[in-house]
Design a binder for this molecule. Structure first.
Ligand SMILES: [Zn+2]
Length: 356
């Protein structure tokens, strides 16, 4: 897309008229913006573009993205931050520190010969254009992998079912997860292993899997605060349906929960949390989204803080592996299976491998 077309699209998404945007930029009237948008004004300086980006709160990168081929490299500047401004510098530095490590993981992947599974292998030609499609996709995955109607091991599904590299890193206090790629375009999902966010990891993994299937090739950095945009809605709808399929969830709800809403307590939520192996909070959100409980009840249940500790955490999340640890384990496994020699494994790792 041309710069003008991109500008028009973003401006309209933000609900601004051309004149309003011009005013924000200290110009009067509509012609300045309309000339850029229609391509009549071609001599836009970098400073002008930066000013526009500041007002629209978008990264200048957005104007230079090619839409023919998806971007596959994990370059910090390409990341689709929901809102770049709200990411703390600490978190940005952490992501930058991760990049070279993620790049390294492709060599491991290559040695193991795993091919990531994409949406095409789930259902040829299926694209997700609505929340309904996102839910349907979750259903297709349950069918394909014969996952039944209740809890799934999302870690195992993402890692072994889809051949996606999954790693846990301390991502600071802003970021819940990242969907990106190594240097060869193999998908990588990073979740936040900081202990206070562990209860979210099940949902995060399902959500990032959604990004992988729906928006393969993009880079997404997910923040903890909910933001309103289409790709997030799709990934959320996908994750909710994958982890707690609507039909089975409503049936279980009817079995477990008392019909009198005032008698609903934390114990009922915990029961569902155990059935679906998602966090206490994820269950409350699902109950509310499906209009099974009122806002008042949802708030009451959320405030039952004593139950926080009962959040379900699969064993694999208790000791999250950093990317370095993960690479090492994969290489050891490959050596044991005879897929790779120790010398080659050590050259990839850049360190000695002690196969005990
Ligand atoms: Zn997301």
């Amino acid at each position: 897309m041309e710069i003008g077309q991109v500008l028009k699209k973003i401006r309209e998404e933000k609900g601004l008229t051309g004149a309003e945007l011009a005013t924000e930029l200290g110009k009067s009237g509509n012609s300045y913006i309309s000339k850029i948008e229609t391509g009549q004004k071609k001599d836009i300086s970098l400073q002008e573009l930066k000013d526009i980006c500041n007002v629209l709160k978008v990264s200048p990168q957005i104007f230079f993205q090619k839409d023919d081929k998806p971007k596959r490299k994990f370059f910090f500047d390409n990341a689709l931050f929901r809102d770049e401004d709200v990411i703390s510098e600490d978190a940005q530095n952490k992501i930058k520190e991760l990049l070279p490590k993620i790049a390294k993981s492709y060599r491991v992947k290559k040695s193991l010969g795993d091919n990531p599974i994409t949406i095409d292998s789930i259902s040829m030609g299926f694209t997700v254009n609505s929340v309904k499609d996102a839910k349907k996709l979750a259903g297709l995955i349950r069918e394909k992998f014969e996952l039944g109607s209740y809890a799934i091991d999302i870690f195992n599904l993402v890692r072994s079912g889809f051949n996606i590299y999954v790693i846990g890193e301390d991502l600071g206090d802003r970021i819940s997860g990242i969907y990106s790629h190594d240097a060869k375009g193999n998908p990588v999902i990073v979740y936040n292993s900081a202990s206070q966010y562990q209860h979210r990891n099940v949902f995060t993994l399902a959500h990032e899997l959604g990004h992988h299937l729906i928006e393969e090739g993009k880079v997404v950095v997910d923040e903890l605060e909910h933001q309103d945009n289409q790709s997030e809605h799709f990934a959320d709808a996908f994750a909710a349906e994958l982890l707690t399929p609507e039909n089975s969830f409503i049936q279980k709800f009817k079995k477990v929960f008392p019909t009198n809403e005032t008698r609903i307590g934390a114990n009922h939520v915990i029961e569902l949390s155990t059935v679906y192996k998602v966090s206490y909070r994820a269950i409350i959100k699902r109950l509310f989204d499906l209009k099974l409980i009122s806002y008042k009840t949802a708030t009451k249940l959320r405030e039952a803080k004593v139950m926080w500790r009962s959040d379900y955490r699969p064993d694999s999340y208790y000791t999250p592996l950093t990317i370095e640890e993960q690479i090492k384990i994969d290489l050891l496994g490959a050596i044991q299976k005879g897929k790779i020699g120790t010398v080659k494994a050590e050259s990839i790792l850049g360190d000695e491998i002690n196969a005990e």
